[in-house]
Design a protein. Sequence first.
Length: 87
Amino acid sequence: MTKRFSDVFGIRHGELVSSGAFDPFIAIDAPFYVDPFLLRTSAVPEMKGAEETFRKHFEIVITLLKSSQKRHDAVHRKAPSSLSSRR
């Protein structure tokens, strides 16, 4: 039987869902995830520059979280929406 992320890491499925997080099936969904360490060495022409784009995308969120003074302050709440915004 395929396990969900919540099963593997001991998190209640409902908690993930209520927070808006995806609770993937590890064996089914994992092959579709991007491994950022492979972007640098990819020979696929469409992936040229992808490592830099990927890094910059998450750098914004990391900067927001570092500047947050406490959990759930305005900056901390802004971080998740920065993941989905288009640049």
